[in-house]
Design a protein around this ligand. Structure first.
Ligand code: GDP
Length: 392
């Protein structure tokens, strides 16, 4: 698939940057267009791979933002993006939409710029283009507290209702206790980028009909057509060296033994099984998925038709749906064989219920505090018998 990828806010831009890094490291070419949109000038300076001319600062003339961000205020994030909609639309004008199959908007839902601005950007894209618009949304960890949970729970409703499919990533599930938050984010972003790019880059070259079981971009679009919230599983293994110490893929066809035997099939099926049983980007009940798709990526000498067939049967049972596609994505020079599994429209994801509960509590607390704030300030600055008067 060929994508136009847009990071909104800080987390969104960092994740898109890691996607570009993974692409260049693995010789893929998924993101044909990229943009980073943010309200904070300093955050826009951070990416290593997003070209300077593709970074769009919004809200710099807004009194509440002034180029310094929106301080986690989702309302201000949305307001600023709406006010600068012309600038956002102008940035998209140079997207040669006929060169892409779909658009992906990436944002963290716990903050202000991505959480509030993301849905505004999505509206603009849906109006401008007929191509499907997907989102990758990061859910805040429980440890972040009530405000991010409230932002995320509200913003999730906007995102999911506006996009053609929403892929979730749960910071809570991916947090490693022994790391600092920044180190943790860095690792999560790399893990997430590997999953997204391995999955979505399948069929990127348009010559997929050369390989019998090759995954096509239309297969991915069809799987994501369900709408709702989706999750990705992933597993990878090093490609074994042959007895001569050379990688199999370097031997000529005549030398290459036909390895499409039981062991290779078992390896492919095992990899898909590991991917599904691994930590999903958004943990959820696999059997609640509407559709599933698995991409086997690596050197073609490692592929196995039997393996693909048995992986498909296994996945059909596991996800409890007949809408299952398994295909491969040849990467001749890859030292790894990997499986990325998309579970589309997963309807049971406990973390979303938790965030909603945390958000309702936070909303109540905020309302209570607002109700008594004036009174408390008054009590504090007024003497006991109200003998004193203000100066002016
Ligand atoms: P924004 O710039 O106002 O959209 O806010 P941020 O993107 O900085 O933060 C929004 C939310 O995204 C936070 O509440 C975190 O949950 C999450 N977040 C921030 N940075 C990262 C990151 O690098 N990786 C991941 N996975 N999550 C992040």
């Amino acid at each position: 698939m060929k994508l136009a990828t847009i990071g909104v806010g800080n987390a969104g831009s960092k994740i898109v940057d890691r996607m570009l890094e993974f692409e260049s490291r693995t010789d893929r070419n998924l993101c044909r267009h990229v943009h980073a949109i943010n309200t904070a000038r300093t955050d826009l300076a951070k990416p290593d791979y997003i070209p300077e001319e593709r970074r769009v600062l919004i809200g710099d003339t807004n009194q509440k933002a002034k180029g310094h961000g929106v301080g986690g205020d989702v309302e201000v994030g949305a307001e600023v993006a709406k006010a600068d909609l012309d600038e956002i639309r102008r940035a998209f004008d140079d997207v040669e939409i006929h060169t892409v199959d779909a658009i992906l908007v990436v944002a963290g839902l716990g903050g202000g710029s991505g959480s509030g601005g993301g849905p505004v950007v999505i509206d603009a894209l849906q109006e401008m283009y007929d191509e499907p618009v997907y989102a990758l949304g990061v859910l805040p960890g429980e440890y972040e507290g009530g405000r991010p949970a409230l932002n995320a729970a509200r913003s999730l409703q906007s995102f999911v209702s506006k996009v053609d499919n929403f892929i979730g990533f749960d910071n809570d599930a991916w947090r490693a206790r022994e790391q600092t938050i920044e180190e943790g984010y860095e690792q999560m972003n790399r893990e997430l980028a590997a999953r997204l790019v391995t999955l979505l880059a399948a069929g990127e070259t348009d010559d997929s009909d050369v390989a019998e079981n090759a995954m096509d971009s239309s297969d991915i679009i069809r799987t994501l057509n369900t709408g709702g919230i989706s999750s990705i599983g992933y597993a990878a293994t090093q490609v074994e060296e042959s007895s001569e110490g050379l990688l199999d893929r370097w031997s000529s066809d005549s030398q290459r033994v036909n390895r499409d035997d039981g062991s290779q099939a078992t390896k492919i099926k095992g990899l898909v099984r590991r991917a599904v049983n691994s930590r999903l980007t958004l943990p959820g009940e696999v059997s609640s998925a509407d559709r599933a798709l698995a991409v086997i990526s690596g050197p073609p000498s490692e592929f196995s038709r039997k393996g693909i067939e048995s992986a498909r049967q296994w996945l059909e049972q596991e996800a409890d749906t007949v809408e299952v596609l398994v295909g491969d994505d040849p990467r001749e020079s890859s030292p790894r064989l990997s499986a990325a599994v998309l579970l589309s429209n997963v309807t049971e994801a406990p973390r979303i219920d938790e965030i909603q509960n945390q958000a309702v509590d936070a909303q109540e607390k905020i309302a209570e505090q607002e109700a008594v704030r004036e009174e408390q300030i008054n009590d504090l600055i007024t003497d006991d018998n109200n003998d004193l008067d203000p100066v002016v």
